[in-house]
Design a binder for this molecule. Structure first.
Ligand code: ADP
Length: 179
């Protein structure tokens, strides 16, 4: 019997953007089962708590229309990435790569992870042209200042952002363009 290939796509997803969704759709074609790992990542001071980020990602995946949702699972994690990968039986870690900005960090992380477990391979998917410039960080900054985020996230995520900022529950961390 052939063992199903399991991949994980880890990230903070604070919040999930159209760029992340593009990577998820493409990654789902490469593996039999895709686990999206939502990192607790308290150090990054996320806008949305882990449970809500997981809920948002699940909701987005549930809206896939091609049946892929059945092969995709969304789980929070707060362990070392390699431990999480092993615990779900993954043989592949998938990461998205935008232009030059992500390269150094991703290169180092892939190298260190390869040392921790050489049997798990990191695979990079180049960001698609139209999503190249989207980042969760800028989406939050634009949302915090009342800008239109509808080009960057799903309508559902846009509503969550609006709600979060409208109620004064969150403040912008930094202004886009401010030094
Ligand atoms: P992390 O905190 O682990 O970097 P993110 O949620 O910011 O988590 O990103 C998760 C992964 O998705 C990373 O590999 C990141 O480079 C990738 N990514 C983020 N935005 C995009 C995008 N617009 N297009 C393609 N990949 C992206």
């Amino acid at each position: 019997m052939i063992t199903p290939r399991v991949g994980i796509y880890p990230g903070t997803f604070d919040p999930i953007t159209n760029g992340h969704l593009d990577i998820i759709r493409r990654a789902a074609r490469l593996v039999d089962r895709l686990v999206i790992g939502v990192a607790r990542n308290d150090g990054k001071g996320p806008l949305f708590p882990t449970d809500e980020r997981v809920e948002i990602v699940r909701d987005e995946v549930a809206h896939f229309e091609n049946g892929d949702a059945e092969r995709i699972e969304v789980r929070p994690f707060d362990t070392l990435l390699m431990q999480f990968a092993q615990s779900v039986g993954a043989s592949v870690i998938i990461r998205g790569l935008r232009a030059v900005s992500d390269f150094e960090y991703e290169f180092q992380m892939a190298g260190m992870n390869a040392r921790l477990n050489p049997d798990i391979e990191t695979v990079f998917l180049m960001a698609s042209d139209r999503y190249q410039f989207i980042s969760s960080r800028f989406v939050k900054e634009i949302g915090a200042l009342g800008g239109d985020v509808s080009h960057f996230v799903s309508p559902r995520v846009a509503i969550r952002l609006l709600d979060r900022f409208a109620n004064g529950r969150a403040k912008p961390r930094r202004r886009v363009g401010a030094s």
